[in-house]
Design a protein around this ligand. Sequence first.
Ligand code: IPE
Ligand code: IPE
Ligand code: MG
Length: 227
Amino acid sequence: MSVADGQARHVAIIMDGNGRWAKRKHLPRAMGHRRGVEAVRELVRSLKDTSIECLTLYAFSSENWKRSDDEVDDLMNLMRKFIKSDLPEFIANDVKLHIIGDWQALAPDIVAMLEDALEQTSKGSRTLAVALNYGGQAEIVHAARRAAEQGEITEKTIDANLFTAGLPPLDLLIRTSGEVRLSNFLLWQAAYAEMLFVDTLWPDFTPEHLQLALEDFANRERRFGGR
Ligand code: IPE
Ligand code: IPE
Ligand code: MG
C-alpha cells in the first residue's frame, strides 16, 4: 500500500536556531528567543488556512535545563508572557492547548497559568501541543510503566499512554536551523513520520515556510513498509 498526496493532519516542529539568529545580528540570545515567540504567534495564526489539525512545538526539552540559569530564566519568563498575551487569541481562534512533557515540574505559577489555559481552551477544535520539559525517552519509559500497571505492554498500550494519546498520528516532523537530529523529540511517534530539515533559523520561519513544507509533504509517497 502506498499513500500519496496526503494532507498533513499532525505536524511537529523542532524550533531550533534562536541563539544563532541572535548571534548573527550581534544581539543577546534572549532577543533570539523573543523573536522566536513572535514566529510561533504568526504560525499559530496561520493554522486556520492549513490542513493541520494538530501542531506540536518543541519549546523546552528536559535537557535544556543544562543551559545557564540566566537563559533558563529568560525562557521561563517568555513563557509566562506568551501565555498571558496570547491566551485570548487562542480562545478567539478556536485553538485548543495541549501540553506534552513533565510540565507539572515547572515553577508553580507557570503550572497554574497552564492549567488555566488548558481549561479555557478546552473547547477549541485545532490543537496546539506544546512540549515543555519534554524528553522522548522518558515519555516512552513512563508510558511503558503505565501500560504494565494496566496489564500488558504492547505497541497499542504504550501508544495509549504517551502524552500524545488521542492526537492524530504524526505526519510530518520539521527541524529548523540545519541540524539533522531529533534531540529526544517524539522518538516513538516519529516511527513513520516524514522528516524535513530546513536551514532557516527559527525566528525567520514564517507561515509561507510552513506552506512550502506542507506542499513538500503532499508530494511524498508514504509506504509504511509496504509496496
Ligand atoms: C531553540 O533555539 C530554542 C530552545 C532550545 C529553547 P536555540 O537556543 O537552541 O538556538 P541555537 O541552537 O543555539 O542557535
Ligand atoms: C532542541 O533543540 C530543543 C528545542 C528546540 C526546544 P536544542 O538546541 O536543545 O538541541 P541540541 O542541543 O542542538 O541537540
Ligand atoms: Mg539549538
